[in-house]
Write a protein that binds this ligand. Structure first.
Ligand SMILES: C[S@@+](CC[C@H](N)C(=O)[O-])C[C@H]1O[C@@H](n2cnc3c(N)ncnc32)[C@H](O)[C@@H]1O
Length: 207
């Protein structure tokens, strides 16, 4: 069940993005407070959230890690896709978003912490491997070496073949191929309905 803020007036603008005014305001405040951590001025639209969720196979058992969930549009898309809330583990840095996510998504595990220190942040919390990692972190604000370490740490906690799914507004993969071999990288179609348009990149460690 979604909390009342989720049911506040929505409008579908010409971009096809369902806007929730309360979430827009929360997000904008977060961006003013910490622009480099928030990384965007508004939450992702439904089309982008669904594109992210599309690369998670709900039939593969295991936990799904979401990093940087914000106000939860991707979480919502993952649940709509068929991932049971009990299989979702979220790491969010912004302390104001954490109680919101807990109220909004009963059954989901929400951890307040730093996703770049994912091993420490999740220490003792995982009882099975990850089947996917879904990231909305503003990776480009961090050095390449730190992005590559995050990817590697997530793969170490995952079952073989598990995807690391990341969106970006940029034109190229946010973790460069040459920094992460042997990992494959595939791009989704561009999501023109999102503002700004975005693309989803899917990383997988080669066997
Ligand atoms: C671009 S927003 C995306 C939010 C949401 N997933 C969406 O698509 O609208 C990035 C989110 O990552 C969070 N974040 C940034 N750095 C983080 C970190 N080191 N650990 C965990 N969350 C972080 C921010 O607080 C923000 O909620």
């Amino acid at each position: 069940m979604l909390e009342p803020a989720r049911r506040s007036p929505r409008r579908n603008d010409a971009r096809g993005k369902g806007l929730d005014f309360a979430d827009e305001a929360r997000f904008l405040k977060s961006w003013f407070d910490k622009p480099l951590v928030t990384g965007a001025v508004s939450p992702s639209g439904k089309a982008l959230a669904r594109m992210m969720a599309r690369y998670v196979d709900p039939d593969v058992p295991g936990l799904v890690l979401e990093i940087g969930p914000g106000t939860g549009p991707v979480t919502e898309a993952l649940i709509e896709r068929g991932v049971a809330p009990e299989r979702l583990v979220l790491i969010e840095f912004n302390p104001e978003f954490v109680p919101l996510l807990q109220r909004r998504f009963p059954g989901v595990t929400v951890v307040r912490g730093d996703a770049y220190a994912v091993r420490d942040t999740l220490a003792g919390r995982l009882d099975q491997p990850l089947t996917a990692t879904v990231s909305s972190l503003p990776l480009l604000t961090k050095p390449v070496r730190q992005r590559a370490r995050l990817l590697n740490d997530c793969f170490e906690m995952s079952r073989p073949g598990a995807p690391f799914i990341q969106f970006t507004y940029g034109l190229v993969p946010p973790i460069p191929r040459e920094a992460i071999a042997p990992v494959t990288v595939a791009g989704s179609p561009r999501v023109w309905l999102n503002l700004p348009p975005a693309r989803v990149w899917i990383y997988r460690r080669q066997a």
